[in-house]
Design a protein around this ligand. Structure first.
Ligand SMILES: [Zn+2]
Length: 244
């Protein structure tokens, strides 16, 4: 099996990628308030439920093709979320709100250095939950007018959480390393037809194809039934030392 080689998955992927772009394209070029920015971000992130359901309906989201397609969509969603956040108003949080949000979110999971998109999306969801709790417990924030510096500080934190991932995916050197790292994160999420969700990598080899393209091939075996698969990951950025 090769990542991106299933034509049916690719068709669904292309149409959902186009949908993400269409929704992103409908947002204003600049947002007037932090609240407006947050609302737009939430409606963008809500697209994940749609493509997750669509992929799951036609293919398993725990199959190789399904996982690879979800990662592609998550990445596109995060790139657009990052651009959306770049259009937030310049109104800033203040020291007090930044510190309080820092404390409210200090227990959140640390994103791996080269994460896949779902880890960043999971972190963002936890950040929203923590932010909702802050709003709930600070009764003075029932007055919507007082929320703006909090919302601004929250947007700054969200932008930071996404920036590292997006920058890495746009930088060939970093992208190559995160491509290799994510291969194992794909295997981690893979479920076997027997129901088991534990594949181990039994062999890994780097192949050069006719034409010079490089492909990483992972042989994996299910711990439950012993079924083995060969998973191929194209590495288009190998040897590209461009850093920007
Ligand atoms: Zn199995």
């Amino acid at each position: 099996m090769r990542a991106g080689s299933n034509a049916d998955v690719q068709r669904l992927l292309d149409s959902e990628l186009a949908n993400v772009r269409r929704v992103s394209g409908g947002f204003p070029r600049s947002f007037k308030t932090p609240r407006e920015t947050i609302a737009a971000l939430l409606s963008l992130l809500a697209l994940r439920q749609r493509y997750f359901a669509l992929l799951g309906e036609h293919f398993s989201v725990f199959s190789f093709d399904g996982i690879v397609a979800m990662d592609r969509l998550d990445e596109a969603l995060l790139v657009d979320a990052s651009e959306l956040l770049g259009r937030r108003p310049s109104s800033a949080g203040n020291e007090a709100t930044e510190r309080a949000l820092g404390e409210a979110m200090e227990d959140l999971p640390v994103v791996r250095e080269h994460p896949v998109g779902y880890e960043v999306l999971f972190l963002i969801r936890r950040m929203f939950e923590a932010f909702d709790e802050v709003l709930e417990f600070r009764t003075e924030l029932e007055d919507e007018g007082l929320r703006e510096p909090w919302e601004a500080a929250f947007l700054d934190r969200l932008a930071l959480a996404i920036a590292k991932f997006v920058t890495d995916r746009k930088t060939p050197v970093a992208r190559h390393f995160s491509d290799v790292q994510r291969e194992h994160l794909v295997v981690e999420r893979l479920h076997c037809r027997c129901g088991e969700a534990k594949f181990s990598v039994t062999h890994q080899s780097l192949m050069t194809e006719a034409g010079g393209a490089m492909v990483d091939r992972l042989e994996v075996r299910c711990a439950g039934c012993g079924a083995s698969h060969s998973l191929e990951f194209p590495l288009p950025f190998i040897g590209d030392l461009t850093v920007a």
